[in-house]
Design a protein around this ligand. Sequence first.
Ligand code: WQD
Length: 347
Amino acid sequence: MTKGTVLVTGGVGYIGSHTTVELIQQNYEVIIVDNLSTSQKEILEGIKKITGKKPVFYKVDLKNYNEVKNLLKKHKIDSIIHFAAYKAVGESVEKPLKYYENNILSLINTLKIAEEYKINNFIFSSSCTVYGQPKKLPVTEKTPVIKPNSPYGNTKKIAEEILQDTTEPNKNLNVVSLRYFNPIGAHPSHLIGELPIGVPNNLVPFITQTAYGIRPQLKVFGNDYSTPDGTPIRDYIDIIDLAEAHIKALEYLTTSKNKKNFEVFNIGAGKGYSVLEIIKTFEQVTGQKLNYTFAPRRPGDIEQIWADATKANTVLKWKTKRTPAHSLKTAWEWEKHYRTQIVKKSI
Ligand code: WQD
């Protein structure tokens, strides 16, 4: 008996695909819309291998409202989880308009779909980058949201403002915004994982590609920060923990437990790790020596952030269960699995 139908935008992406697996395994029907601009269709095969089910998939760009609206009119959708967005902090500094156009217009069109088809449960993929560099750590949901350090973070801040304003006149629309910290790791089956196209922007896929020999060396962007080892600190959260947080948020909305029709939650482990600590942990759990060097700071980066996730722990009854050591191991297993699959296909 299905628990309902969920539209997952960006569902072929890293977080979207892992959340889709959890949704299917929790008896939800899933419809994915994704333009495959930053993801690869073979991830759908991985979802099928893990769950035994291939979600309905439409290759469509959310910036084309009418196309998306017509595709979805034959479905009865109960909830939306909106992931579709570009998400590289560094790249957004170099190409701000690409980020504003894509991330904001996609959100607006997805909200219009929700209104058009009276879909009242909406989960938004937000980010801790809305906090910029917080003055006080750990950050709670009451920490001031200031002008983020990057256009990427600003698109998330603007999106949250659009969502909040949209829920004002439409009391039927219930929104939860999940402010993720740094997602890492891969599904334990090694059948899906992070699959950046081109040179990875994020730390962990760059680490695993360097360890595998795809990249000659990892550049550590800055070791002159005011942190214990000089490298930036982040709150790294396992991708399955993160996917499970979406199930909890969905249940929170579909059982009308929410007190207000716009609520935000920090989704983090509540502990910070430096870049060097992540490198050392990777080397320990995989036995791979990593070739890295120190380089100048990356524009848009903040120095340190980690979450106070008490609200999600108590209200959503969710908390992390996995450690960065576990996540780095699964990331490495996925990298090896993916590369051997490429070799097999090329033979
Ligand atoms: C982490 C640290 C880099 C690459 C991410 C996502 C964003 C949001 C928040 C969800 C930084 C350093 C990186 C490299 C490095 N998550 N680094 N060399 O910037 O914290 O943002 O989490 O929405 O979507 O992008 O993550 O992995 O890029 O960087 O030294 O080659 O690793 O400087 O200190 P970031 P990241």
